[in-house]
Design a protein around this ligand. Structure first.
Ligand code: AMP
Ligand code: GLY
Length: 428
């Protein structure tokens, strides 16, 4: 089976690794910059812009690709799935219209409201800065200010956290008034990813990401500094009932999209705030999370190639998809000054990473050396029977990486998990 992987980050290296466990999989890859990890596993790579649907589709057709897996959101928004499917190549990833669930925050909220889907925070959509500013001045409480379009996970500003009321107003003026304003949600964030075939949804283990740049959840938001999951695939700070509610919200969203006439097929990523009032949707993404893909795909014990075939054929069922009952901890190594002033071009050296899985992200290989770029460099994933064991493996491997880089030592520690549980108890 010939599989095309689109994208060149840590998430796509994890996707490629999972596919390559099937010895019949012949992997082809498209990416803007050569990811050394993906390149090693691929039969052939095409270096080019992932959003240029013409050249990518030509490559896929020429190589006789049977199925394509789209990693990032930008090619989805550019209509790559539409183009590939038009050429007869089934895709793991939604069409441009269905990807609006992620790429258009106003569409996402309106869809939830129209289909009566639970977990939608109070929100208002604006297209003019003056009206949005008036709303902020009159609103009693804190708000999340969200630009309507794609922002690479860095465009949301939270009143009471990163900005005060005047800061929120200044930000609305800066981004020009196309915003969704919604109530600020308080709770614990979790990620629920699922395989979706248009009608059926099969969930993956819950993961918690760490968006903030520095230990103790301080500093600016990033693409994600690391993530962890537990052996039972759940979290002690989320009740069974709240988990079931989050899952129903996801299945209702899939049904809602089908009713809208834009059936959703691909990976659905639900980011939830588990609040005192149950789970609320922060956002949906139309793809695996990065880093969360590295947690769940490292655990996947069924055949990923088979799973994605069922996904594109519309024959998914829960019994086909299995995950090891282990904990995972993923730690990203990033340029020392990431995300504010990351310096590119520094060599990094990987020492003894022990049992950890190494996923390459935004690094290039030059003369046998790994060289940083401006985004996250590489990820170390530890698996273990307990969270402690997984964390020790990931931390020891992360510490073995040297160069002008850093990582968050607190991710996946018992102390952080305990803090999450205490936080949740305090809210209830
Ligand atoms: P996003 O770019 O939508 O992933 O949002 C970035 C971060 O903003 C999320 O990870 C949350 O921590 C935070 N966020 C987004 N929406 C809300 C909200 N309504 N209330 C509180 N925090 C939010
Ligand atoms: N980890 C967050 C994201 O992939 O959007």
């Amino acid at each position: 089976m010939k599989v095309l992987v689109v994208g060149g980050g840590g998430r796509e290296h994890a996707i490629t690794t999972a596919l390559s466990r099937n010895s019949d999989a012949e992997i082809y890859a498209v990416m803007a910059r050569k990811n050394p990890g993906i390149a090693r596993l691929a039969r052939e790579i095409f270096i080019g812009k992932e959003t240029l649907t013409g050249p990518v589709t030509d490559f896929a057709v020429t190589k006789g690709i049977d199925i394509a897996v789209i990693g990032p959101e930008a090619p989805l928004e550019a209509g790559l799935v539409d183009a590939l499917e038009h050429a007869g190549i089934p895709c793991v990833g939604p069409t441009r219209a269905a990807a609006r669930l992620e790429t258009d925050k106003a569409f996402c909220r309106t869809m939830m409201e129209e289909h009566g889907i639970a977990g939608c925070p109070r929100y208002r959509v604006f297209h003019a800065a003056d009206e949005a500013v008036d709303f902020v001045r009159d609103f009693d409480g804190d708000l999340a200010v969200k630009p309507i379009g794609l922002t690479g996970g860095k465009g949301v500003r939270i009143m009471g956290e990163q900005v005060d009321r005047e800061g929120a107003i200044a930000y609305i003026r800066e981004i020009g008034g196309n915003v969704v304003l919604e109530e600020r949600l308080i709770g614990e964030e979790i990620t629920l990813q699922a395989f979706v075939d248009g009608a059926h949804l099969v969930p993956m283990p819950l993961v918690q990401d760490h968006k903030r740049a520095y230990e103790g959840d301080l500093g600016p938001n990033t693409g994600g500094m690391g993530s962890y999951s537990l052996p039972d695939h759940k979290f002690p700070f989320m009740t069974r009932d709240d988990y079931e509610k989050a899952l129903s919200i996801m299945t209702d969203a899939v049904t809602g999209m089908a009713r809208e006439g834009v059936p959703y097929r691909g990976i659905l990523y639900g980011q939830f705030m588990n609040t005192a009032d149950g789970p609320k949707v922060i956002e949906f993404n139309a793809r695996f999370g990065d880093p969360e893909a590295m947690n769940v795909l490292s655990l996947l014990s069924s055949d990923f190639c088979e799973n994605i075939c069922h996904l594109t054929e519309g024959t998914l069922s829960a019994s086909q998809v299995t995950f090891a009952k282990k904990a995972t901890v993923c730690k990203y190594i990033v340029p020392a000054q990431y995300p504010e002033k990351p310096h590119a071009g520094d060599p990094i050296h990987i020492g003894d990473t022990g049992e950890a899985v190494v996923y390459y992200a935004n690094v290039v290989e030059e003369n046998g050396m790994l060289i940083t770029q401006t985004s996250r460099s590489l990820a170390l994933v530890g698996l273990g029977d307990t969270l402690d064991e997984a964390e020790r493996i990931a931390e020891s491997a992360a510490s073995a990486v040297s160069g002008n880089v850093r990582h968050r030592r607190d991710i996946g520690t018992g102390a952080v998990l305990e803090r999450r549980c205490t936080h949740m108890r305090e809210l209830l």
